[in-house]
Design a protein around this ligand. Structure first.
Ligand code: HEC
Ligand code: HEC
Length: 314
């Protein structure tokens, strides 16, 4: 093993050697790497190549990729500059919160992106954009290859929005990319941020849609309707309370139609205003109740797909 390789192995094996906290450019505490005097090498940075030590450390070093316990606050809309880029980011945000109006041509159900990615894609525990964006390209079991971020967005269009994926050069895709990138300002590339995706649930008993129905009727129906159809807005433009099943809801190939994902989303975010009030078991049961309802077909399914093995979901 060459010196270089053993240094790399040492760095990989020693994630605890992080430096002390120091304020970054925007005043938040971040971990900075420490320099090991004895070996004259940086200790905490996981590098493919050892940095060129002739340069000042600020230019060769990056944040330690261990932000798990760091609080991240995405930038605010008011901070955006008044220029073409700012306009593109604002357009992306509009598409995200009002997909029905701004990207209607790609969508065939009644949802907006922010119905699931809450608070404009900012909410930790509701698949926030700032935690997803820095991780792509990312291998996904759903299609058995590395996916770019635009491809990932396209999947939510296809499955969660029961629609079609905008092409890479479409203004909608460009705007959504700009928005996600801007929200993740200061997140190191490939950093696994706390708050990504949904929280995990672990219930003692197997999911039961019978119990789930009871949870649904008592905790969810008031907003999402007894029949899961949601409550449309008075002006006929989308929904006040989004549908959970039926033709205007997410399709059966959507991530939300996976038991674990739905249970995690529900436990962490629903009932709206009372997040965390359900037990893990209740969240899992009600997720199962949602899963047995009818909804738009998985677009990958053909008429004869009942005869083939299950396609990977997610
Ligand atoms: C107080 C009203 C309210 C209650 C009660 C409530 N929800 Fe929601 N739910 C909402 C709203 C509003 C949204 C969309 C949030 C947004 O756009 O910011 C939503 C979004 C959702 C979504 C994702 C969007 C979609 O349509 O698929 C799911 C799934 C969901 N809720 C499930 C549940 C479940 C399960 C319960 C019961 C445990 C529940 N909700 C209780 C208001 C509510
Ligand atoms: C019905 C709910 C729902 C809707 C609507 C929805 N998504 Fe998603 N989205 C999900 C779920 C579930 C995941 C997977 C989260 C997980 O498993 O961690 C996801 C993941 C993503 C990811 C990857 C996040 C990551 O951390 O890797 C992106 C990007 C994304 N969605 C963008 C969008 C965009 C853009 C729209 C609107 C066009 C949209 N989503 C609409 C449910 C939804």
């Amino acid at each position: 093993m060459s010196n270089r390789t053993s240094l790399l192995v040492l760095l990989l094996l020693a994630p605890g050697l992080n430096g002390s906290a120091a304020p970054d450019a925007v005043g938040r505490a971040i971990d900075v790497p420490v320099w090991d005097e004895a070996s004259d090498t940086p200790l905490a940075r996981r590098l493919i190549e050892p940095p060129r030590i002739g340069l000042p450390t600020e230019q060769t070093e990056m944040l330690v990729a261990d932000p798990a316990d760091r609080q991240f606050v995405p930038p605010r809309l008011a901070e955006l500059p008044d220029n073409a880029w700012g306009d593109q980011v604002r357009a992306g945000r509009n598409i995200f919160v009002d997909t029905q109006r701004y990207a209607r041509r790609y969508v065939s159900n009644g949802l907006n992106c922010s119905n699931c990615h809450l608070s404009e894609g900012r909410m930790a525990g509701a698949a926030p954009l700032w935690a997803g964006y820095p991780l792509y390209p990312l291998y996904r079991g759903k299609n058995l290859r590395a996916n770019t971020f635009p491809e990932r967005i396209g999947e939510c269009f296809r499955y969660s929005m029961d629609g079609t994926a905008p092409t890479l050069d479409s203004p909608e895709m460009q705007a959504l990319l700009a928005y996600a990138q801007w929200l993740s300002t200061n997140v190191p590339a490939r950093a696994i941020m706390a708050g990504r995706g949904f929280i995990g649930v672990s219930a003692p008993r197997e999911a039961s849609h019978g119990r789930g129905k009871v949870v649904y009727q008592s905790q969810c129906a008031v907003c999402h309707g007894k029949n899961g159809a949601g409550i449309a807005r008075a002006d006929g433009h989308g929904y006040q309370f989004p549908p959970l099943w039926g033709w205007d809801a997410y399709a059966s190939g959507a991530g939300m139609n996976k038991l674990g994902a739905a249970a995690g989303f529900i436990k962490g975010n629903m009932p709206l205003g009372k997040r965390g009030s359900l037990s893990d078991q209740e969240a899992l049961d009600v997720a199962f109740y949602l899963k047995i309802q009818s909804r738009p077909w998985d677009p990958r399914m053909g008429w004869f797909s009942i005869f083939v093995d299950e396609i990977p979901d997610g």
